[in-house]
Design a protein around this ligand. Structure first.
Ligand code: NAI
Length: 327
């Protein structure tokens, strides 16, 4: 049987953590033959550590055959020791009256410390997914704080936007979501993201031609996907958690086990693709194989799409400029 791999999860006692850990431990993320050791990080305060102990009791009570070990941590320097995968979910939420600059600064502090800890103690091949918002910029900060690790191993979660877009297209066309291929989401995990179905196919037919409605694209589809998080908060009273955890599982599974030629969306550091400045953590269509992702290159960008990409890029550059002095 396979040697266990180490999976670190931060914010482990939060609501995404609660929807995520059981699925990792059951083998949904890395395969039904891959034992895992969970290294769980929570804030060093009694309430958070107590809640984490409760979650760990439930994990024990599932008696997952693949769960080869489990640890509770309050310090990233121990939580990330030798870790092969790191899911950075915990972040500082925007409190009442908190300015954007304060939010960026609070998260810069968290993700600088976590990036440094990964740099110091994680596996040299650690694959990092940042879920905690602002996800792209937090991933950028962690990457910049870990100069000895491969920059390309730091990624941000755009997969929830990708999955939301796929399900909207499935509903619009009346086709199964599994039939949709070649969907792309560009840019920031925020309402400015650009979900792009120009290349997408459904049962082999062009999605764009099938829908054939640019007004729907602009006035219904893009705002629905972009504001989905807010719609869920309005309906549920709390933010999306199960669907976010599901997207994290999808992202890591596809990265580790491959997409067999199909496109998925990942936030990854640009190497200059599509004119996105180097190192900007940007949502791109990618394929994954052998544990590596590859940006799908050479797609034509029309005027409407370029304007959408420029807008989400401008937002990301603004966030980057807001944290540069903190790195
Ligand atoms: P939550 O508030 O229920 O849980 C967050 C947990 O993280 C808490 O238990 C807290 O104690 C812990 N935490 C905070 N700072 C930490 C630190 N420095 N180290 C370790 N643990 C820390 O929040 P929830 O709903 O689980 O969401 C987590 C994050 O994910 C939020 O930032 C949210 O905005 C983001 N999110 C991102 C999505 C995406 O698509 N990228 C989708 C949905 C949520």
């Amino acid at each position: 049987s396979k040697k266990p791999v180490r999976v670190a999860v931060t914010g482990a006692a939060g609501q995404i953590g609660y929807a995520l850990l059981f699925r990792i431990a059951s083998g949904e993320m890395l395969g039904k033959d891959q034992p895992v050791i969970l290294q769980l990080l929570e804030l060093p305060v009694e309430k958070a550590q107590e809640a984490l102990r409760g979650v760990m009791m439930e994990l024990e009570d599932c008696a997952f055959p693949l769960l080869a070990g489990m640890e509770a941590h309050s310090d990233p320097m121990t939580a990330f020791k030798d870790t092969d995968y790191a899911l950075l979910v915990g972040a500082r939420p925007r409190g009442p009256g908190m300015e954007r600059a304060d939010l960026l600064a609070a998260n810069a502090q968290i993700f600088t410390a976590q990036g440094k800890a990964l740099n110091a103690v994680a596996s040299r091949d650690v694959r990092v997914l940042v879920v905690g918002n602002p996800a792209n910029t937090n991933a950028y900060i962690a990457m910049k704080s870990a100069p000895d690790l491969k920059p390309g191993n730091f990624t941000a979660m755009l997969r929830l936007d990708h999955n939301r877009a796929a399900s909207q297209i499935a509903a619009k066309t009346g086709k199964p979501v599994s039939a949709i291929k070649k969907l792309a989401v560009w840019g920031n995990h925020s309402p400015t993201m650009y979900a792009d179905y120009r290349f997408a196919t459904i049962e082999g037919a062009s999605v764009k031609d099938t829908i054939n409605d640019q007004v729907w694209n602009q006035d219904v589809f893009l705002p629905t996907v972009g504001k989905r998080g807010a719609a869920i908060i309005a309906a549920r009273g709390v933010s999306s958690a199960a669907s976010a955890a599901n997207a994290a599982i999808d992202h890591m599974r596809d990265w580790a086990l491959g997409t067999h030629g199909e496109w998925v969306t990942m936030g990854v550091p640009s190497k200059g693709e599509y004119g996105i400045p180097k190192d900007v953590m940007f949502g791109f269509p990618v394929t994954c194989e052998g544990g590596e992702y590859k940006i799908v290159e050479g797609l034509p960008i029309d005027e409407f799409s370029q304007a959408c990409i420029d807008k989400t890029l401008a937002e990301l550059l603004g966030e980057r400029d807001g944290v540069t002095h903190l790195l």
